[in-house]
Design a binder for this molecule. Sequence first.
Ligand code: ADP
Ligand code: MG
Length: 351
Amino acid sequence: VQWREPPTIRRLEESVANRIAAGEVVQRPSSVVKELVENSLDAGATSISVVVKDSGLKLIQVSDNGHGIRYEDLPILCERHTTSKLTSFEDLQTIKSMGFRGEALASMTYVGHVTVMTITDGQLHGYRVSYRDGVMEHEPKPCAAVKGTQIMVENLFYNMLARRKALQNASDDYPKIVDLISRFAIYHTNVSFTCRKHGANKADVNTVIAASRLDAIKMVYGMPIARDLMEIGASDNNPTRSVFEMDGFISSANYMAKKTTMVLFINDRLVECTPLKRAIEVAYSATLTKASKPFIFMSIRVPSEHVDVNVHPTKREVPHCKLLENAIRLRRNPKEASDLTSIQELVRDID
Ligand code: ADP
Ligand code: MG
């Protein structure tokens, strides 16, 4: 056998390594929007607006009225692994914020042009600064600003031509962004959201702080949907154990849709759970005609040791969660699911 000369192993240039890593964290315009909105929520914002130009490839702009960013922190704001949310690994177990990796903003600067405008409480003016490849392009410039932070990401994937082309040819990411903001808006009833295309005078999502979840759903998805919803709730009511709680709204048999809408939050995080979705669809199929699919909004709280938040940010599927698994197994059998109340049981008969 002929031996092949082994190739030399070399260290990648840091900027190349960073761009590759960034392309994994920031996969498409909607992932940028998700990260920016979660940052605004972490900053305690009660008002968040999103503006998108050219499906997000030209511009994504997220403005909030949160606590802002300290002037002293601006130099390292967009470096990798810089965060105000996590100090020790153990904190992950109890962390309440959406972010903690300190990678989102950094990633954006490696695959796009990032400009930050921010003002903190009690300051007379704000600061504006642009970033490339993790670092400031110039000293922060004083600017007029209203409370909070505005972050602009321009020319996304300008240096990843294959990705840019693929996104240009693929279906527009804007509907995904509208869908994402809609989901956040019905969960965070104490935050007002807008989402619009740049230059459009009408917003595609436009909510005010809502008195109730149902009001929020009305604002986002419209009265016809809200009218056909039923409130659900469940908890394990076990005094000896930390508590499982679920509340939500699910559509009645009057509701008609071609595709299932399932909005799921577990411990305040927007997630996907395909097995739970399938199990609910199965339960519904007993009452709905084949062509009609349900609308489900569900918020679940489980003890934090059941949810591992430390999975890759792009993996929105909830990781292994024993409580949910049991619930799903119990109701897999379609014969058991004879009417809509079985959906309540689906999450009630837990563990
Ligand atoms: P992470 O959210 O994981 O901490 P990011 O890269 O998303 O990392 O953000 C880095 C840091 O920048 C955050 O920890 C936070 O302190 C600050 N930051 C980002 N966006 C905002 C915002 N909209 N308002 C206030 N601070 C922000
Ligand atoms: Mg973040």
